[in-house]
Design a protein around this ligand. Structure first.
Ligand SMILES: NC(=O)c1ccc[n+]([C@@H]2O[C@H](COP(=O)([O-])OP(=O)(O)OC[C@H]3O[C@@H](n4cnc5c(N)ncnc54)[C@H](OP(=O)(O)O)[C@@H]3O)[C@@H](O)[C@H]2O)c1
Length: 251
């Protein structure tokens, strides 16, 4: 039986994988949550929107006769990833995750590691700072207990509603970003602290290199815990896994 893949997307890595899968002649579909207005096109078709929890995803896997699930979501998309593991177990469809290694601090970095978003919010208790808040649109509200700071927000789409901070600026951009560009951005806004999720990967790394170059501290939010699963880091490894993972139609 030839592969029919479901790629859970929303990342650069998922896009690259979709193009590689299509080039290899495999059939498949990329799934997006629908958080951004226009997902980048890939060489595979796509669908948009949640599946309706674990049960909805399991039903989707069965009805669409999916042979392999590749979870290439962002490392902070913990709910989707947990649902994928459970739905794959229920249906017997093999699952692998295409993940990025977490960023590690190097010489010259001044990182304060925090466990999660609430811990990052707590780390911002204190006198007013000028903060680059690189946590994504969905988590801005969490930071409202600390309205004393100026916040620089970088968002993929222009905000539709008023932002929840009295003093903030928005940079609308989806990258790719460069160290020089992010350094200039931070200097333009007088940033003295960066808050970042430990997303890993190269695309969003620029702000950390810029923070290091400017001697700025970084509050680094650890990744959420995920259930055990097969983790692969390269597109080629996924193609190899597709070729060798057992195909099971589910029961
Ligand atoms: N979290 C981040 O920092 C971040 C950063 C960059 C990109 N993204 C991307 O944005 C999307 C949403 O992230 P999130 O953190 O909001 O996810 P999440 O909290 O783990 O997921 C919440 C719900 O959104 C739906 N969903 C999430 N990803 C989906 C996908 N690829 N296809 C279909 N439905 C999906 C699922 O709904 P149902 O339960 O109804 O199936 C899921 O239960 C993901 O695709 C992720 O790769 C996230």
């Amino acid at each position: 039986m030839s592969p029919n893949l479901l790629i859970l997307g929303g990342t650069t890595e998922a896009r690259r994988l979709a193009d590689a899968v299509a080039a290899a002649g495999h059939q498949g579909i990329v799934s997006y949550a629908g958080r951004v207005e226009r997902p980048y096109p890939t060489a595979l078709p796509h669908r948009i929107g949640g599946f309706g929890g674990t049960e909805g995803l399991a039903t989707y896997l069965r009805t669409q006769e999916i042979t392999h699930v590749i979870d290439a979501t962002h490392p902070f998309a913990a709910q989707m990833s947990a649902h994928a593991v459970e739905a794959a177990q229920r249906t017997g469809v093999p699952l692998a995750a295409l993940t990025r290694p977490a960023w590690q601090p190097g010489a010259g970095d001044n990182w304060q590691a925090v466990a999660d978003i609430p811990a990052a919010v707590a780390a911002l208790n204190g006198p007013p700072r000028r903060v680059m808040l690189a946590v994504g649109r969905m988590h801005l509200e969490d930071f409202t207990p600390n309205p004393q700071h100026f916040y620089l927000l970088r968002l993929v789409d222009p905000p539709e509603a008023a932002l929840p901070f009295p003093d903030c600026a928005v940079e609308v951009s989806r990258g790719p970003f460069t160290e020089a560009g992010d350094r200039a951005l931070m200097q333009r806004h007088g940033i003295d602290l960066v808050v970042s999720k430990n997303a890993g990967g190269s695309g969003a790394r620029a702000k950390l290199d810029a923070a290091r170059a400017l001697g700025l501290p970084v509050v680094m939010i650890d990744r959420p815990a995920l259930p055990p699963r097969t983790e692969l880091h390269e597109t080629a490894e996924v193609l190899d896994w597709i070729a060798h993972a057992g195909v099971n139609l589910g029961v």
